[in-house]
Design a protein around this ligand. Structure first.
Ligand code: IMP
Ligand code: MG
Length: 177
């Protein structure tokens, strides 16, 4: 496997987009009443950058969702709910790294909706351009629409690797150089 150069999205472009998204979010939502739920592990880099561009939110929590093994979505999504915050009647923003099949986010969305929040919003850094079956969720905020390729960096990994790269790269999985 090999990183394809140049990066698909450079850190400067990410920074610009994060500022843009933060501005959009503060135009739409009363930030002081906003409860943020960040999906571990991939969205952590994006969420911490985005949150530092917002005024104080009401709370920041993390939830672990896993569906991936290597580069294939297993469709078998596990959400770890321990210490889950009370969100009934609250305004909640989910921060996700990437929407691929959308199955993980759909499952999380359905779970959060079952807790009757006042409003639920979804912000994703990347959304792959593809058909999604069995998925009805729509992102409220999207950083970049990308081709249906496997990407790493800025929080996104391949079996744990490449997460800490500041830029986002397409990963060529067929090349072992
Ligand atoms: P989905 O359920 O297929 O939409 O994807 C769920 C999760 O898989 C995402 O939140 C990411 O954490 C991970 N994922 C999906 N596509 C990629 C990718 O291209 N690179 C790295 N991780 C990915
Ligand atoms: Mg994720």
């Amino acid at each position: 496997m090999r990183l394809i150069h140049p990066p698909l999205i450079r850190k400067e472009q990410i920074q610009q987009k994060v500022s843009y998204l933060a501005e959009k979010i503060r135009q739409d939502i009363r930030i002081e009443y906003l409860h943020v739920i960040t999906v571990l592990n991939g969205a952590v880099f994006f969420a911490t950058d985005l949150l530092r561009e917002l005024p104080p939110v009401a709370s920041v929590d993390f939830i672990k969702a896993q569906s991936y093994c290597g580069s294939n979505s297993s469709g078998n999504v596990r959400i770890h709910y321990t210490d889950f915050p009370e969100i009934t009647g609250k305004q909640v923003l989910i921060i996700e790294d990437i929407l691929d099949t959308g199955l993980t986010t759909q499952k999380l969305w359905d779970f959060l909706m079952s807790q009757s929040p006042e409003a639920l919003y979804l912000c994703v850094l990347l959304e792959k351009k593809k058909q999604r079956t069995g998925v009805t969720i729509m992102s409220n905020y999207v950083g970049f629409h990308i081709e249906d390729k496997f990407v790493v960096g800025y929080g996104m990994d391949y079996n744990g690797k490449f997460r800490n790269l500041p830029d986002i790269y397409i990963l060529d999985l067929n090349n072992n150089m």
